[in-house]
Design a protein around this ligand. Structure first.
Ligand SMILES: Cc1cc2nc3c(=O)[nH]c(=O)nc-3n(C[C@H](O)[C@H](O)[C@H](O)COP(=O)(O)OP(=O)(O)OC[C@H]3O[C@@H](n4cnc5c(N)ncnc54)[C@H](O)[C@@H]3O)c2cc1C
Length: 378
């Protein structure tokens, strides 16, 4: 009998496994694919981390803790995992996004600099945003090496005594005497507590979240910069920009020989996570190339590579994290709505708190799934 079983060893699950094992729990991680793999939400080399969080200012304290835990992980794994090169948030003056960015900066006294589209190009010439846009540079922004982080969390969890089984899909789980039984394709496992970090598959395993979580296809494109010197980690901060064509995020060249870009909610394609992944097609590429040509023309070279990936969305784009009503020994974290990776380190810590202490000192009230039912938007 394990103290806890973590179901899904991706971004969040590997962090939960690490925190549970580090606290001395007898823990098992079950993963349906390899670790890492390219069928979920955490692949594609890099994920943005930024502090000036417009989505809701209550994310900022969690982010501060996340930064600290990512640095701890780098030390423990003895490898760079968080690359700090600054971040740009850009949006029209007075927009919800820009108001949120400036509010987070003011409320938490975050170091930042404000630019127009023109002055931003003078400072970071890879950017050619519209002149009337407001751009906020935040020096603490940067990116995480997402697959390396999963490997680091999992390796260190293993060293701390965690058992890890890959290639075994969890089919179902039931409450059993003094705990739970988890059935996979090949075996049955028992534990006192369960932790669901099953990403795009969470709604399939936790029926109360079925219909609350919607899985959406995303596309990431890497292009060879025409002027590579403008798109290095030293010269080009990561970005999240809100322009007439939609919201786009992107990265300097790192880990692959290309500038990387994606469009938030790409083409709005809702799908079943078990469907065969659809590789990038011409329409996907046109959506991303139009933004590159207009806003980052010096990155508009040949395609280097492209990958598809999954978002798991809630209707208000805030996460769902908590304990199962009536069964507090079951906890879960999901619905990361395309902006969760940067929080993996702190979500792992929260899940360990919930599983071992049945409570956490972090403020997770924003993530109560009841809000979605209350607002009728589930
Ligand atoms: C293209 C793209 C770009 C993004 N950009 C950013 C960004 O810049 N910054 C940011 O913060 N966030 C970003 N995100 C969001 C972020 O990557 C996700 O929120 C995060 O990766 C979610 O992690 P997870 O652990 O929930 O999912 P995953 O890492 O997918 O892990 C879930 C795991 O559970 C396993 N699993 C599921 N069901 C079962 C089962 N039945 N049995 C066994 N195993 C199971 C899966 O195989 C998987 O390994 C982006 C997402 C995408 C797709």
């Amino acid at each position: 009998m394990y103290d806890a079983i973590v179901i899904g060893v991706g971004g969040m699950g590997s962090a939960a496994l690490y925190h549970l094992a580090s606290r001395g729990a007898r823990v098992l991680g079950l993963e349906q694919f390899d670790i890492p793999h390219e069928r979920g939400s955490s692949h594609g080399l890099t994920r943005i981390i930024r502090l000036a969080y417009w989505e809701h200012s209550s994310y900022v304290p969690l982010l501060r803790r996340a930064y600290s835990l990512w640095h701890d992980l780098e030390r423990a794994a003895d490898e760079p995992l968080l690359i700090v090169g600054g971040s740009i948030d850009a949006a029209p003056e007075g927009s919800r996004q820009m108001a949120g960015v400036l509010d987070a900066c003011a409320r938490y006294e975050l170091p930042h600099e404000r630019f127009t589209g023109r002055s931003l190009s003078a400072r970071f010439p890879g950017y050619r945003l519209p002149h009337d846009v407001v751009a906020v540079y935040q020096p603490d922004g940067g990116f995480l090496l997402s697959e390396r982080c999963i490997v680091a969390h999992t390796t260190l969890a293993g060293r701390a005594g965690a058992a890890i089984v890959t290639g075994e899909r969890v089919l179902d789980w039931t409450e059993a005497a003094s705990g739970f039984e988890v059935r996979t394709m090949g075996d049955r496992y028992r534990a006192r507590r369960l932790v669901f970090t099953s990403g795009a598959w969470t709604g399939k395993l936790l029926p109360f979240l079925n219909g609350v979580l919607h899985v959406e296809r995303q596309v990431m494109l890497w292009t060879a910069p025409v002027r590579p010197e403008l798109f290095s980690v030293q010269t080009f901060p990561v970005f999240y920009i809100h322009v007439v064509e939609g919201s786009f995020y992107g990265f300097p060249v790192h880990g692959a020989p290309g500038f990387k870009i994606g469009r938030y909610h790409h083409r709005g394609q809702i799908l079943d996570p078990d469907a065969d992944p659809l590789p990038m097609d011409d329409q996907d590429e046109r959506v991303l190339r139009a933004a590159i040509a207009r806003y980052f023309p010096d990155a508009d070279g040949a395609t280097v590579t492209a990958k598809t990936c999954l978002f798991t969305n809630t209707s208000d784009e805030h996460f769902v994290i908590g304990q199962l009503r009536g069964s507090p020994a079951v906890c879960y974290a999901g619905g990361f709505s395309g902006h969760g990776y940067k929080f993996c380190s702190v979500v792992g810590e929260i899940l360990a708190d919930l599983a071992l202490n049945e409570g956490t000192d972090k403020d997770i009230s924003l993530f109560d799934p009841e809000r979605l039912k209350r607002s009728g938007t589930a």
